[in-house]
Design a protein around this ligand. Structure first.
Ligand code: GLC
Length: 614
């Protein structure tokens, strides 16, 4: 039987006595220490536990290591580590729910075996489903959910994701990304819900989806990321010292920064988000990881954020080549937990040295540790540290796939339709071509089984072509041709060209040019020049179709739909009508970016909010 926190609270507790059977077998009664008493508040338990901790144990709680860096599980006790993570694609050799649960439980038992037995927070980037787990349902990436404009759906997806995460023993997701994407040449555009702060703020509904009732089964800690202004960086003229946009410099006045990028974090804090991740980017030349006023005064003070702030992956290191300077700057700025994530002994030594030298006040350490412990108590980690394996049956479940398929339908945006959709019953010969017609990996995009994602059949799912074959009536002949001539295309009643992008993540997806790749451009021009054509765009952002548009009969933005590609076909044969609306402006040329700049290059191809119904 699972004792839930509430049940335990119902027990009249003056001093709740626990019978601990000592090795000798004689029963000895030990008073339950306050921090172990679930009847007390998380704050009270954290205060009691903090009072019992050594400096080494406190600094350990502020240390997050990547699972692959922990060569010896004994290090968890040796360094009193407070958290581990799986970076993108970092999975146990047995990439199944049981394989994950055995791994995370192994780490947890090492933590529970320490002097104070403080359980670990285990974090993972479950950003569109539990995407590190093979066989998990992968939902449309955030840009598609922004097009759906359905906060309740976003919350339901987050809940389903939380359950598929809980099945693995992880208890923390580095999601939702509440970035406001102002330049769609950015490789993380698809992680954004859109270009407007009000739309992104609405999608902070994901926080409630992930966190549910903290401490309840299936509830996991969420992360609002990346604080602050990650989607507003300035396009670099050259990529000599990094990416073109990602991790760049957001050059805005404070008024502009607050107006464009702060509202989603205000919404997430109001929703009770338990953690916030700092952005790699800078604001007016100063790294966000060093921005004491924004982190401590604005986020924690003005917004009243009570959770803890976690750095991004080695984000602290980018502050200064002097690691000790970097560490003390970040911690004094208000970073509470450091995603080291590899050389954690070095971090522990550096921070210990800074505290002992008086350059990092003990009070700052105590504040950071209190914030971290409070979330651990809030989410019931002390009562339920090990995996709830009852959630394993939900991984890849039909119910979650149905939810994902609904999200795909709602995410599609109809941009042009010269009476081609819904596909008429008179269409008997259908041609399907294009780089993303029958490629699950391209539908998934980045953060899918691996960090960068990759083409091909990388996990369980349905391609757009498979969905078309299943949906089309028995009298419809569908041919999938990877390369097609105009003469071949002319023999069909309708040509469906599914174009798109190869998967990418983060700065590796930054581009100067949003044009279709050559093969897709050729396929579009060949097919649309020979027969009525429907073009479907499977991408993390708008792609340039300006020159091809006049010959395109119907145009659908499908974003990165995830494993349930059948949701695309659901909308092509009707009768349901499209409801999606553009979450970002669709530019006519590369020169029209970022949005909001003086439109000296004329109107966009399709404006923010555009979308047709049939
Ligand atoms: C990455 C990303 C961040 C992610 C973290 C852990 O670099 O910037 O979004 O949560 O590292 O994978």
């Amino acid at each position: 039987m699972r004792w839930r926190t509430e049940t335990l609270k119902a027990v009249p507790v003056l001093v709740c006595l626990a019978l601990a059977v000592a090795p000798a077998g004689e029963a000895r009664v030990t008073a339950l220490l306050p921090y172990r008493d679930p009847a007390l508040t998380a704050q009270a338990r954290a205060a009691d536990l903090l009072s019992r901790m050594t400096l080494a144990e406190k600094i350990g709680q502020m240390t997050q290591a990547e699972r692959g860096a922990v060569r010896d599980p004994a290090d968890i006790g040796r360094y009193a580590l407070g958290s581990l993570l799986s970076g993108g694609g970092s999975a146990p050799p047995d990439n199944t729910p049981a394989g994950w649960a055995d791994m995370t439980d192994g780490f947890q038992k090492a933590a529970l075996g320490t002097r104070l037995g403080i359980p670990l927070l285990y974090g993972t980037d479950a950003v569109h489903g539990n995407n590190n787990l093979l066989g998990a349902v992968l939902f449309p990436h955030n840009i598609g959910l922004g097009a759906a404009r359905d906060p309740a759906l976003t919350a339901r997806i987050a809940r389903a994701t939380a359950e598929e995460v809980a099945a693995t023993g992880a208890n923390w997701t580095f999601s939702p990304c509440l970035c406001v994407a102002r330049d769609v040449r950015w490789g993380r555009t698809y992680e954004s819900f859109g270009e407007r702060p009000d739309l992104v703020s609405q999608m902070s509904s994901a926080v409630a989806g992930y966190q549910g009732t903290p401490g309840e089964p299936g509830s996991i800690l969420a992360t609002a990321k990346h604080f602050l202004g990650d989607g507003g960086t300035t396009f670099a003229s050259s990529s000599t010292d990094g990416y073109l946009l990602d991790q760049g410099d957001t050059r805005l006045t404070e008024t502009q920064l607050r107006a464009l990028h702060l509202p989603p974090f205000r919404a997430a804090v109001r929703a009770g988000v338990g953690s916030v991740m700092v952005s790699f980017s800078s604001w007016n030349g100063v790294k966000m990881h060093a921005q004491a006023r924004l982190i401590s005064e604005v986020l924690k003070g003005e917004l009243g954020f009570q959770g803890f702030v976690v750095s991004d992956w080695a984000g602290v290191d980018q502050i200064s080549p002097d690691y000790s300077v970097a560490v003390r700057t970040a911690i004094n700025a208000g970073v509470d937990m450091v995603m080291v994530p590899n050389d954690y002994p070095r971090f522990v030594r550096a921070l210990t040295g800074e505290v002992k030298a008086g350059r990092v006040p003990v009070a700052r350490i105590d504040d950071a540790v209190t914030r971290i412990l409070t979330q651990k108590f809030r989410f019931g980690l002390f009562e339920h540290p090990l995996t709830d394996r009852s959630f394993a049956s939900g991984v890849g479940s039909a119910a979650h796939r149905d939810l994902a398929r609904q999200a795909v339908r709602e995410s599609l945006v109809l941009l042009k339709n010269d009476h081609l959709l819904p596909i008429s019953s008179s269409v008997k010969r259908l041609l399907v071509t294009g780089s993303s017609a029958d490629d699950l990996g391209r539908q998934l995009g980045g953060w899918s089984v691996t960090w960068q994602g990759k083409g091909g059949r990388t996990t369980t799912g349905t391609t757009i072509l498979a969905g078309l074959r299943a949906q089309a009536g028995s009298g419809v002949k569908i041919d999938h041709l990877e390369n097609v001539s105009a003469a071949q295309a002319a023999r069909y009643d309708l040509g469906v060209v599914v174009v798109g992008e190869a998967p990418y993540a983060e700065g590796k997806g930054d581009v100067r040019d949003l044009s279709l790749n050559a093969a897709d451009r050729r396929a579009t021009e060949t097919v649309c020049g020979a027969v009525n054509c429907l073009v479907i765009v499977v991408s993390g952002r708008p792609l340039l179709l300006t020159d091809q548009l006049p010959r395109i009969g119907a145009l659908v933005a499908a974003w990165l739909p995830g494993t349930e590609g059948a949701g695309v076909a659901d909308m092509l044969f009707g009768p349901a009508s499209f409801t999606g609306r553009l979450p970002v402006t669709w530019p006519r040329t590369n020169g029209q970016l970022p949005v909001g700049r003086p439109q000296d290059a004329g109107p966009p191809l399709f404006p923010y909010g555009f979308g047709l119904s049939h």
